[in-house]
Design a protein around this ligand. Sequence first.
Ligand code: PLP
Length: 377
Amino acid sequence: MSGDWHDGTRCVHAGLPEPAPGDPFLPGPVFAAPYHLDPWQGPTAGRDGYGRPDNPTRRLLEAAVGELEGGECRVFATGQAAVTGLLLALLRPGDRVLLPADGYFPVRAFATGTLTAIGVRVGFVPTAGPYPPFDGVRLLMLETPANPGLDVADVAALAAAAHAAGTLVVVDNTTATPLGQRPLELGADLVVASGTKALTGHSDLLLGYVAARSAELLEALTTWRTTTGAVPGAFDAWLAHRSLATLDLRLGRQSANAAALAELIAGRADVTGLRWPGRPADPAYPVASAQMRRMPGVLSFDLGDAGRVARFVEASRLVAAATSFGGLHTTADRRAQWGDDTAPGFVRLSCGVEDTADLVADVAAALDAAGPAGPLS
Ligand SMILES: *Cc1c(COP(=O)(O)O)cnc(C)c1O
């Protein structure tokens, strides 16, 4: 991939094989559990012998995501498989790990459950800080912007302080995507992310990945993945790669929609707690605007209670009630319904790629129709 290409070109060409007459642009999925072996040399003769360690469709996707993140990549069946695999592969009993206190809820649940049970000492730090000294900390995991609260951490500053103490730095890049920020360039040792969200963006598959510049760390994770088996299927890998080509276009519209909705909501006295790191008045803006290459299509706010959130979503014609984020369709998720420790009226709103004027008009009308906070009818 040419180093001077811009995002749109990089997405379209990421991971594609060299053109050859008669070949498709993106080869279709290779469906195989076992592959034919050389009868004399066995698996040593070729790359592919069995589908758990390797698959050609998966390799092309890994080349693509690796190009976008600026490192080597391994994909996993889900984001959760990537995060938990990374933590289990790198942490040992007695190690100290720091995780975001306001990050993805199932990761926190995994840490207090599984990691604590095997003797890993788990600490939680708010994404916006303050951060404790890193002496004796084996691994610092940041999630920036954090899901769902959208606070931001200064990756370069924290990586420098962590490395001075010998601490490994991992950044969950799910919300930003590799077009929104490149943590490896900012000094992180590893990137981990869910590809289920904006990266693939069509709400039709689950995917995770880890990217690293260190061959040694990546080797440990590859061995972990092969022995535990959390790999995506060939069709999901192909769908994901196919979706990457439009990442720049999708993020462009999603980010513009988020900017327009943030402006609408900031002007309404009946909505509180608006967060969007791209808004100059947002507490995350100074770090986000310096560190991020573009702003996410996700914003959050508080409608007071569950009833008003339900009335808002029901009144809207464009906002679907759904979890996850980063897809083509605008969705709203009241996080407390999943047990996330957020306020009852807290909404994470993920902007789709609908026409901006239509979306703003729809959300404004739905907020009007929802009326003030009150009991569930
Ligand atoms: C969704 C998400 C994950 C987990 O990814 P899945 O693909 O749902 O398993 C991890 N981290 C963050 C920040 C997420 O939003």
